[in-house]
Design a protein. Sequence first.
Length: 284
Amino acid sequence: MPLQIGPWQLDSVHGGSFRSDGGAMFGVVPRVLWTRYVEPDQRNRIPSRCHCLLARDGTHTVLIDTGYGPKCPERLRELFALEPGNPLLESLQKLGVSPEQITHVVLTHLHFDHAGGGTLRDAQGQLQLAFPQARYVVQREEWLVATSGAAEVAGAYPQENLLPLQQHGVLELLDGPAEYLPGLWLFPTGGHTQGHQVVLFRHGEAGALYPADICPSSLHLPTMWCMAFDTEVVQTRRAKRHWLELAARHEWWVIWDHDPQQAAALLAADGKREFVVRESRPVV
Ligand SMILES: [Zn+2]
């Protein structure tokens, strides 16, 4: 990183490290298989990171996903070993970007580790926008599920991450795929959540794909290696295969959202693991 796709400069931005249960991260894959690739701690957690993506084309300053943010309750902080402070804002500062400069926040979906950093609490404890000049963009389907209050999904969507976006009038809801800005495409995939979307930058032959949680890391390349959090796992498998095939064939960079070691990779088709990393960029 950074990658350049036409006018877009892409920088991986650290949204915070965390540890997540290995079983939850690999779904139906037996522990004896995934422990060949990653070693869990005493609580069966494996290291993970939130990689957000900063995309700048000279006119727009777009942040894709926001990490878990600074306001998670202590119970979650302990469970997931969340990093203290506000790693996202610190990482942006290192790139010379202030919160006020962000023009768009694109959310792949609304789980806490993707949408939590979009809002914060001020000194009085009031919820505020972390990026006050930005419009926040998400698929309508995702928003409707996340704010439905339905018992079966309520735990996945803390409302403190969502309601301020509506209250401040900064929310933009999309209905399906779109070239949202020139060269920046959004494609709904479903699978991980009902309204999950991936982000694709394209310019001529060059491309970069942010598959978000349909393929969160280089360990998730095989079709069957999906997270237990997926609401419709067969659709995740289908969408992952579709997008990884395109990325391998067109030699697009794949930018991970949760890989502990790599920020981005180029893929090759592989007889055994389906896809393998043939070149990667380390996390910064
Ligand atoms: Zn995630």
